[in-house]
Design a binder for this molecule. Sequence first.
Ligand SMILES: [Zn+2]
Ligand SMILES: [Zn+2]
Length: 295
Amino acid sequence: MNADAQSIARRIEGKLAEIRGADMLPEELIALVERVIPLQLAARQNAKVAVPEAGACATDAAMFAGSPMLLRESFPYDEAQALELFGVFLAMLAEVGGEAAKSAATLNAALASGELKPVEVLRALISGNEETFVAWRAKLPGTPRALDFLAVCSLWPSLSATAQALAPRLPENLPHDHGHCPLCGSLPYISLLRQKEGLRFGVCSFCGHEHRIRRIACPYCDEADQNKLKLFQVKEFPGVRVDVCTTCNMYVKTVDHRELDGEPLPALDDMATLALDVLALNQGFKRPTLSAWGF
Ligand SMILES: [Zn+2]
Ligand SMILES: [Zn+2]
């Protein structure tokens, strides 16, 4: 393991300890995520994605006007890799036991009968077709998000690899008046403050790309009137705030990483601060995206 990989592994360990300490999620789920992450990171290195030529992407002029570089349905991904990971993660789900194992058994039976086709599930996620997932949530009452989890986690390595390949092609000084991802057009699931100046970044709920967003504006509806934007913090989560917008009634958590040395781990920040989601939801605010884990 090189120094970078070691430092990431140490930080993942630290975050998982924080998540366990928060005592909001069942140990089985945390242990599952702990097994999934290293496989995802390794798979990202090996993902084979055919990134389209610049001519097949939005022009700089279109991107300056707010268009994403690619539509998410055109985002390339490594289907063979995602299908393999789908099987691996499904087997892990079965090993968790309890309700997760029951869901895994239901999914395995559906695979055997042909009722469930992983390739179609992956394509549904890519094209943003919710119906497939909604239908399966009803069939998996114990862990309704099991299929979302499998699809999101299996696709993460190649979508992230595509985002890494496309990001250097973004024009410089791209305006960031909108909250959506400049690569794929999806909404952020969390936001981060970075660098000494405290620049704010959204983390894309689809491709994971971190993109500049306005410091004081709702990333979902672009509201920038300070009277419509509020934030709250609780002392148990120093450095994390919840930004709420009274125009669209959405909220987003913002994690202060100005002091962080190295890359943030937003998917784990999100899990570690689940208690703040509960508070925001109890106040009537909504979250327009799933977590990076599909639940
Ligand atoms: Zn994106
Ligand atoms: Zn809003």
